[in-house]
Design a protein around this ligand. Sequence first.
Ligand code: CLF
Ligand code: SF4
Length: 481
Amino acid sequence: MTPASTGIVTSPITEATTKAKSGGCGCTSNSSTVEMDEKLKQRIANHPCYSEEAHHHYARMHVAVAPGCNIQCNYCNRKYDCANESRPGVVSELLTPEEAAHKVLVIAGKIPQMTVLGIAGPGDPLANPERTFRTFELIADQAPDIKLCLSTNGLMLPEYVDRIKQLNIDHVTITINMVDPEIGAKIYPWVHYNRKRYKGIEGVKILHEKQMEGLQALKEADILCKVNSVMIPGINDQHLTEVNQVIREKGAFLHNIMPLISAPEHGTHFGLTGQRGPSPKELKEVQDNCAGNMKMMRHCRQCRADAVGLLGEDRSQEFTKDKFLEMAPEYNLEQRQEVHAGIEKFKAELKAAQEKAQGSNVKTSEQNSPKVLVAVATKGSGLVNQHFGHAKEFQIYEVDGNGSRFVGHRKIDHFCQGGYGEKATLENIINAIADCKAVFVSKIGESPKEKLHKAGIQTVEAYDVIEKVASEFYEQWNKDC
Ligand code: CLF
Ligand code: SF4
């Protein structure tokens, strides 16, 4: 149990440290080398997408109020949610703004660590401006502590930046897959603008122009802009460093390069024509090439237009329309503030534990120590605290003598299936983390442990701060090799 999953104020660091198998050292996790001032840190401190640190503790929710779209992406099938912010093949229940507001007030009470309301589909929010802005108005009025967040393809953004500012929407995402319309023509077959459909490059040029104008306008309005880019091997993979450079120059705050997810059953152009997505290694390479220039987001889960919960969990099925309409709104500002204060206290303890571990970090390894990847089973709160068999994803950390950094996550079919299909699933898990030297878990059975060892992946059982476990593992690994 953690503050992130219960909202109860506890001190799991002390608990974790007591439960640790051995004492020792650790290191701090920081996915970015780009420095930020205090004011900016405060603006993103409890936004789970804009802050990697926050995503271990705070949750977001989406409401699916925006059905229409004004462009066509080759990775999208309109039967499903907008693939710019969602995993393809997912269908959300469409809500009216009033239903959406009711849902937010229900969830704000049941999951008080939910700090952000995003509108990200199922189409494009700004192709449905009245529904989108009406929803934001209702929330701003009734739940003033919830941050508002919007994700768009950018086509209509320049027209709405003033309204976005007025509503105090401080976080806006634009999906920008290209800054060269020739490349864009391979991604977007048409664009609908000012009541006219523009095909091919003519439409892409309009989209590009509006995206750039929108980005500039957000910067001028001091609204934090994240850019999502879908990485499509053979089409824009080489081009994304140029996209990164342009958006950085224009003032984007954060860049989220996401993998194309493509399968024939999604019925998309790319799915049907066999366009593949990138491997985790290819994705990391491109992200690494862009890192250092600006903050990179690596913890995106490509969530659904009705997502609820921490980024790594999906609680949307607990709040389907038939269920949440029966629930009474429980929004309580005081209770929420109390829970947030507890989370902040916990975060401070976590940070202190990380810094303490950093102080006793491996001294010999220094600058040129080899980098290794490790996989971590976690339910959140920055701890190794999940049983191997219950993990639906592993967080991936890169570790060297200077510390450890979160670099991504790998989704897996979780292992405990009552005996059925376990062999196939274990093989899939081993494939998914084959490039990792170790997997950190709170517990693991003898049989999977043995098979992982045969595949060259060590298992480390612990219940402790991730960076501390990583550092102890690295020190031992460094001695052994
Ligand atoms: Fe939603 Fe997007 Fe706001 Fe986050 S999601 S609108 S910025 S609150 Fe986050 Fe989900 Fe990735 Fe989006 S993990 S798909 S980046
Ligand atoms: Fe689909 Fe979103 Fe692209 Fe519109 S912007 S076509 S909903 S992926």
